[in-house]
Structure formats: structure tokens, C-alpha cells
Design a binder for this molecule. Structure first.
Ligand code: SF4
Length: 293
């Protein structure tokens, strides 16, 4: 069995059970990003912007959510110091001008977990991000705090943090092993709003333990919940596997376009931003549904 990484959590029975069900982890090169994707997506104001997403290779997320397969794209140990700036610089060199408006740094974990993003690399990452007008990083709500402000202070562009709300179904929340109470999401959303940092929320369609007949309703509720707490973009992530996923595909899509006061609602696969309906996914990178914070 693979060792569980415990930067901000300890071994627990659910962690051990979930990790025990995983197949072997593919080999990941700490010095090479998994890839990058340039696409158009909705801007927080409802327009369209070009964004480049860089899929960084780094330490595994400590939260071990039951529905998440991002661990497949992570290292067994901490991210080596210096690796992320090298990964990012190499990707950015390949981008032909003009640069996209937004840079998304997705590290398959939490940007503010210093086991995943070493402290000494933060200034260089911010320097590399300086040409972009907007920067998005991903984080569990529990790791949003002073380090978020430190990073923002180094940027010239506007910061957005992508946070997985996933679901507000009371039973599903208990079983996802995300260790995210709604009050903690609320605190993180409030913290970001008070510091003029944008919030992008991820919501699952067909979260485990949500009855199939209720999944659209609970997804809608979660979207509305995130929007009410200031999320300017909400990405709906269909959950892979079993009846739920098949039913999700068969659902005649009343959930696809729904008006709320959030700037944008999109659909994406986990690990694969699909912040516009119909946007391509990251299949070429090997990311699967669902797999993303
Ligand atoms: S969904 Fe997010 S918080 Fe949960 S294990 Fe995956 S990366 Fe970590």
C-alpha cells in the first residue's frame, strides 16, 4: 500500500480504506509539468477570456477525498524545491504571443500547502506569473489564509482561488472524506471577499451518496450556495463511474445553463477546466473525470 501523505491530516480509517482501493500510482517526473492547455473561458464579469492552465507535478494532496483521482498525478514525497518554477518556466516559454489573460496553476493539490508548493519557490512563481492580468490557483478551503495574502502581495495581476465545495448534501458531505464543513467554506469565501480575491467554486454533479434522482437538484443547490457566498465562477464537475455517471450523461441537461447571480457557471471534468459549456476537456493529458480540486 502506498503511504498516505499527512501534511495537514493524520491517518484515519477512511483515508486508509480509500488509499487501499487505489491502483499503483504512475511515475511522475518532479521536474516536468504534466502539460498545459490554452482555452477560452468565461471571465468573472461574464465575458470571455483566454486562459492557460498549467498542470504542475507536485506533492499529493493530504485530504484523500473519496471521489478524487488527482493523486495519480502527484509525487510520493514533498515537491522538491525549485521544481515548480522550472516546470512553469518551461511551459511559459512554449506559449506563442500574445499571452492569455489568465494563468491557472493547477498542482493537483493545494497551492497554499507548503509541502506541495515550497515557500522558497513562491516568489519565483509570482515573478513568472507577473505578465498575466489574472492568476488562478487551487486550494482546499482549509488552507486559505495568510499564505494566500502573501502570494497575492507578490502578484501584479488579480488573484482567484478555486475551491472545491463539491456538494451541500448533508449525507454526501459526511462520506466524501473532504473534511470540509460548510462553515469552513463560508469562512474561506468571506476571507477571499474581504481581501478582494476572486472565488471560483467546483461543484459535483452526481456526488457519491446523493440519490440519482436528486442529483440535479442537489447540484443546483450547491451552485446557488456557492453563488450566494460570492463565487463569481462555478464549475460543475460530472462524477465518473457507475450508474451516476451514466445517468449524468443521459440527463437532458436542464442543469447546463442556469441563471444565477454568479458570473459564470460552467462544466468541467475534474482536473479538466471546462468553464464553458462545450469546451474541450483535457483528455490528451490523461486527466479523468472527476479529478480536480
Ligand atoms: S478533491 Fe481536492 S481536496 Fe480532495 S483530495 Fe482531491 S485535490 Fe485534495
Amino acid at each position: 500500500m502506498r503511504p498516505v501523505i499527512a501534511a495537514t491530516s493524520t491517518h484515519s480509517t477512511p483515508d486508509t480504506r480509500i488509499v487501499g482501493l487505489r491502483p499503483p500510482k504512475p511515475l511522475v517526473d518532479a521536474w516536468k509539468a504534466h502539460g498545459a492547455l490554452i482555452e477560452q473561458e468565461r471571465s468573472p464579469t461574464g465575458g470571455v477570456e483566454r486562459a492557460v492552465t498549467v498542470f504542475l507535478a507536485g506533492a499529493e494532496c493530504p485530504f484523500t477525498c473519496s471521489f478524487c483521482d488527482l493523486w495519480r498525478y502527484t509525487l510520493d514525497g514533498p515537491t522538491p524545491a525549485g521544481a515548480l518554477p522550472i516546470q512553469l518556466a518551461r511551459v511559459l516559454q512554449e506559449i506563442e504571443p500574445p499571452l492569455p489573460t489568465r494563468l491557472k496553476l493547477y498542482n493537483a493539490s493545494n497551492f497554499f500547502d507548503r509541502r506541495a508548493v515550497p515557500q522558497q519557490d513562491v516568489p519565483r512563481l509570482a515573478e513568472l506569473a507577473r505578465p498575466f492580468a489574472a492568476i488562478t490557483v487551487e486550494s482546499h478551503a482549509s488552507t486559505i489564509g495568510p499564505m494566500t495574502l502573501e502570494f497575492r502581495a507578490l502578484l501584479s495581476g488579480r488573484l482567484e482561488v478555486a475551491v472545491g465545495l463539491e456538494t451541500i448534501h448533508p449525507i454526501a458531505i459526511e462520506h466524501l472524506n473532504k473534511r470540509l464543513e460548510l462553515s469552513r467554506f463560508d469562512q474561506a469565501a468571506d476571507f477571499l471577499a474581504r481581501h478582494q480575491i476572486d472565488l471560483r467554486a467546483f461543484v459535483l454533479l452526481g456526488a457519491p451518496y446523493v440519490p440519482a434522482g436528486e442529483m440535479v437538484e442537489w447540484t443546483t443547490r450547491a451552485v446557488e450556495y456557492a453563488a450566494a457566498r460570492g463565487a463569481t465562477r462555478i464549475a460543475i464537475i460530472p462524477v465518473r463511474g457507475g450508474k451516476r455517471q451514466r445517468r449524468a450523461r443521459a440527463t437532458p441537461a436542464p442543469w447546463r445553463i442556469r441563471s444565477t447571480h454568479a458570473g459564470t457557471i460552467g462544466v468541467r471534468t475534474r482536473g479538466v477546466p471546462r468553464d464553458q459549456i462545450g469546451c474541450r476537456d483535457r483528455g490528451s493529458l490523461g486527466w479523468r473525470t472527476p479529478a480536480r480540486l
